[in-house]
Design a protein around this ligand. Structure first.
Ligand SMILES: NC(=O)c1ccc[n+]([C@@H]2O[C@H](COP(=O)([O-])OP(=O)(O)OC[C@H]3O[C@@H](n4cnc5c(N)ncnc54)[C@H](OP(=O)(O)O)[C@@H]3O)[C@@H](O)[C@H]2O)c1
Length: 270
């Protein structure tokens, strides 16, 4: 039996990951996100035992509440933690300022660190076990109007590499997945899917779910989805001037797609 907890499981990559993990014999799932109705529907539809915790991951007491749930409902067992919940609000630094950086860090970085801190003792106890952090290709290459999002994912990547080195000897594998454009509720990539020229660069959440499986139970260190996006990361190191020139050109603005969070709350943090 393996207990796996997936954050951001109500939609998109997290939901696809829950469905993928549920196919492994003996899996028990814990689904975490804010929308209880979606979590309940998913838990009821899965072919394996599943519980859920409907919480906002940025709330102070949430890491301890999630841990208490694991202790009460799953005997304190945890074999896989998938830190996937995240969001992006577009806008230039001049328009959105520190407030936008802060809200990205709060969800995409601080919440991951705080939940991992609370659950690491359970993962160590259950070793061999694994953590998979869902970063982004935007955590290697930054574009205009995505600086706050990129900053949170760059931070997550740096911290993940360090945690991998620290926990390896204790049997907790720390993997990382770096998706490019993936069609989800939060990141619909409408601008790219509308054009034949760019449609092909948009992946499906199920492809990322498979990569998460490879970097968790499969023991891989990291995966770009799709794989060729790794070339952008390599170029950023090898030819920084070229990458900066290309990404600040007019055509590159097409690569900053609008997000659901933009539509829900506007680009400017309230
Ligand atoms: N799709 C892409 O193009 C792409 C590319 C690179 C990286 N990523 C990363 O992939 C991850 C998943 O994104 P996705 O594309 O699957 O988008 P999504 O469909 O919008 O999923 C985001 C998930 O996070 C949950 N969430 C958001 N804020 C939360 C909060 N404060 N507390 C608890 N849960 C919260 C949402 O559920 P509730 O609203 O129910 O809380 C939802 O389940 C994110 O970390 C994202 O940065 C996505």
């Amino acid at each position: 039996m393996a207990v796996a907890l997936v954050t951001g499981a109500s939609t998109g990559i997290g939901k696809a990951t829950a469905l993928r993990l549920a196919r492994d014999p003996g899996t028990e799932l814990v689904l975490v996100a804010r929308r209880e109705e979606l979590l309940r529907e998913l838990a009821d539809s899965l072919p394996c035992p599943a519980t859920y915790v409907a919480v906002d991951l940025t709330d102070d007491d949430v890491p301890q509440r999630v841990r208490a749930h694991l202790e009460a409902e799953h005997g304190g067992a945890l074999h896989l933690l998938v830190n996937n919940a995240g969001a992006a609000w577009r806008g230039s630094f001049a328009e959105t300022g520190y407030a936008n950086v802060h809200r990205h860090m709060e969800l995409n970085f601080d919440a991951v660190v705080r939940l991992t801190e609370a659950l690491l003792p359970l993962l160590r106890k259950a070793a061999p076990s694994a953590i998979v952090n869902v970063a982004s290709t935007a955590g290697r290459v930054s574009r205009a109007r995505t600086g706050a999002y990129s900053a949170s994912k760059f931070a997550l990547i740096g911290w993940t590499d360090s945690l991998y080195a620290e926990e390896k000897a204790l049997g907790v594998h720390v993997g990382m997945v770096l998706p490019g454009f993936v069609r989800t509720e939060g990141f619909p990539a409408t601008e790219l899917r509308e054009k034949a020229l760019t449609r092909w660069i948009v992946s499906e959440p199920e492809t990322v779910a498979e990569a998460i499986h490879q970097c968790g139970p499969g023991g891989r260190a990291e995966r770009y989805v799709p794989r060729p996006y790794g070339a952008a990361a390599a170029l950023r190191i090898l030819a920084p001037s070229l990458v900066r020139r290309v990404l600040s050109g007019g055509a590159a603005s097409n690569l900053t797609t609008s997000t659901a969070a933009d539509q829900d709350q506007g680009s400017n943090p309230g």
